[in-house]
Design a protein around this ligand. Structure first.
Ligand SMILES: [Zn+2]
Length: 494
């Protein structure tokens, strides 16, 4: 035996003995599934056991980013539709909270309804959900044990589902089948998923909500997943312990207490591959944060920050690449002499609808297959020729390289809108040295560089910057974080 093997053996003995008292007797540590960008978990549970027939599905979840894009908590891996998703109110009202959308086989609805959005889901809090389907195929949704009023064409406590095969494939946690809008991603914790062979009664739902630990001996339980960690020869309850396939960086987090604050602190934050630096120099103030309750940073555009320069006019301040990458889009032909500037010669379809407003000037840099940084509202003509040449020639742009200047194109006042994108659809013609936009009739115009939507943002962190939260007296060094609303941020020590 070589010394290397002896060392390995010693290390193994140390690791084995480190678990202390928990090793002496079988023990189960309460854990939950933690999902972030690109993560999902596949079960081996074939949906043909429940689709088109009476059944229930119950689970607990905790949201990390309540205003983000669609979150498929429960999904199908194959054909059809079997989904339960967190959604975000499109209205952007500051008191609107996240909603839950249910859709089995093409029939679905949303809770809470449009008149009750203030009572929707908040982050960092456990919720218990039960969706039941009775023998007449009527679907009901219970939130924390309370029968919900669902909105589809009207407001009702049950939805009439159609018969037949709603969906195929296996039950999936965190996302839906790969062919459907992949950025529909659940962010947060999922726990105690259970599938039942009947419509759970109110009493059964109350008991599930109150004692969230499933014994496995509940009447009518077909399958359950508690995601718990087993120590010292412990086993899962009956009907639990089916195999799970973890995808992306899907992980379990533990030990959980069931208390909102303690369990929320266990949630893992995003880990993108690229280390991002602040794209500005000097003092900048964040006037819209990521995943915001109010305003425009929600839904597909949730993970963005708006900043303005604190030490003088923002317009004309240099903007720098947040990391090395490849320039994939440049637009700097839009005028920005005044806020919300309109294309000359273009008549708005309806006065004030913004239909003739210039599209924001933008530089888009790709860092990894699913990582793009976007710098919006740049000043007209401010993108250096060297960056345009790199768009044409494909040479890499370097971290800290000037890519343009802050402006107010496509917006009401000068600021930098920084977004980190997961997906983007690039125009066929990326528009090197774009000409002027062309007015069209009867209203509207053709932008010289086509728009690059649809896109979906992803959570991001800047590394190694300094921040002073609103009301604080001093800057502190931030190893890695997303700047928060009201923060003053800077790239160097003050
Ligand atoms: Zn913004």
């Amino acid at each position: 035996m070589s010394w290397r093997c002896v060392l390995l053996l010693l290390a193994a003995v140390v690791l084995l003995t480190q678990c202390g008292v928990t090793c002496d007797e079988p023990n189960t540590v309460d854990a939950a599934l933690n999902l972030r960008t690109g993560d999902w978990v596949d079960t081996d549970f074939n949906l043909n056991q429940i689709v088109g027939q009476a059944h229930s599905i119950s689970f607990r979840f905790m949201l990390q980013h309540p205003n983000s894009y669609y979150n498929n908590i429960i999904g199908e891996s194959g054909s059809g539709i079997y989904t339960i998703s967190k959604n975000t109110s499109a209205s952007g009202g500051c008191t609107d909270r996240a909603t839950l959308s249910v859709n089995f086989g093409g029939t679905g609805g949303v809770w809470p309804n449009i008149n009750d959005l203030a009572n929707g889901f908040r982050p960092n809090r456990w919720y218990h959900i039960a969706v039941t389907v009775d023998n007449q195929l009527k679907l009901r949704l219970y939130v924390d044990g309370v029968l919900g009023i669902i909105q589809n064409s009207g407001f009702q406590t049950s939805l009439q589902l159609s018969g037949g095969t709603w969906a195929g494939g296996a039950l999936r946690f965190g996302r839906r089948k790969n062919s459907v809008n992949p950025p529909e991603q659940f962010y947060g914790l999922l726990d105690d998923v259970a599938v039942w062979d009947h419509a759970l009664s109110q009493n059964e739902i109350n008991s599930l909500q109150n004692n969230h630990k499933l014994s496995g001996n509940e009447s009518g339980l077909i399958a359950g997943w508690n995601f718990n960690v087993l120590l010292g020869g412990a086993t899962h309850p009956p009907k639990h312990g089916r195999p799970l396939a973890f995808n992306g960086n899907a992980a379990r987090v533990w030990p959980l207490s069931g208390k909102n604050e303690e369990d929320a602190a266990k949630m893992l934050f995003e880990q993108h591959a690229t280390k991002l630096s602040l794209p500005v120099k000097g003092n900048w103030i964040v006037n819209q944060g990521s995943d915001s309750d109010c305003g425009s940073h929600r839904g597909y555009a949730s993970f963005c920050v708006d900043m303005y320069y604190a030490d003088g006019p923002t317009r004309g301040q240099p903007i720098y690449a947040a990391a090395d990458g490849t320039v994939v889009l440049v637009r700097d032909g839009s005028a920005d002499d005044v806020g919300n500037q309109q294309v000359p010669g273009c008549t708005e379809c309806t006065e004030g609808d913004g239909s003739c407003g210039y599209i924001s000037n933008e530089v888009l840099i790709q860092h990894a297959p699913t990582e793009f940084s976007s710098y919006l509202h740049l000043k007209q003509g401010s993108v250096p020729q060297a960056i345009k040449d790199k768009l044409a020639g494909g040479q890499p742009v370097l971290r800290g390289e000037k890519i343009g200047e802050a402006g107010q194109s496509g917006t009401g006042g000068a600021h930098l809108h920084f977004a980190y994108l997961w997906t983007v659809t690039l125009p066929a013609n990326p528009g090197i040295n774009p000409p002027a936009d062309t007015p069209t009739s009867p209203c509207g115009y053709t932008p010289s560089v086509p728009d690059s939507k649809p896109l979906v943002t992803r959570p991001f962190l800047f590394s190694e910057y300094w921040a002073k939260p609103q009301g604080a007296s001093a800057f502190e060094f931030i190893p890695a974080a997303t700047p928060q609303l009201g923060d003053t941020v800077r790239d160097t020590s003050p």
